[in-house]
Write a protein that binds this ligand. Structure first.
Ligand code: GDP
Length: 140
């Protein structure tokens, strides 16, 4: 059964550009409820842990450097069919391929600086949410 939670980050490019509010507005208007949220900044080491599944990929070092380059917003979101619906809302990894009206199409700068993260499975949504938030920060 599909879980009703997913995890997102507003990435450093979107945060720096002042697009966090507009992105959160799109997320809420699409029916997602924010159940945990914080602004923070990853160290390169923490970014490396978060993206460990990509460590064999050629862009891994660049990605860790980029994701630790400035503040981000991390949030847990709730909605029926959250993981799949959120992936549809954000669009393809490469903004050049993202559908019109998706968050990445509107706000992403490149395939790397692509504005937002969205979990790709229920299992990863739980792992990623736990990476950022303790039980005490998830009281809703
Ligand atoms: P996602 O699930 O759509 O975020 O995409 P992936 O899990 O495949 O990749 C994780 C993140 O790595 C992406 O969101 C991008 O920030 C970055 N990324 C993916 N592919 C590339 C690439 O070919 N080059 C670079 N520089 N970054 C990439």
């Amino acid at each position: 059964m599909a879980s009703n939670r997913t995890f997102t980050m507003i990435k450093p490019d979107a945060f720096e550009a002042g697009n966090s509010g507009a992105i959160l507005k799109m997320i809420e208007e699409a029916g997602f409820k924010i159940v945990a949220m914080k602004a923070t900044q990853l160290t390169q080491e923490m970014a490396g842990k978060f993206y460990e599944v990509h460590k064999e990929r050629p862009f891994y070092a660049d990605l860790c450097k980029y994701m630790s380059s400035g503040p981000i917003i991390a949030a847990i979101l709730e909605k029926d069919n959250a993981v799949e619906d959120f992936r549809a809302l954000i669009g393809a990894t490469n903004p050049a391929n993202a559908a019109e009206g998706t968050i990445r199409k509107i706000f992403a700068k490149s395939i790397e600086a692509n504005a937002v993260h969205g979990s790709d499975s229920d299992e990863n949504a739980a792992i990623e949410g736990n990476f950022y938030f303790s039980q005490f920060e998830r009281v809703i």
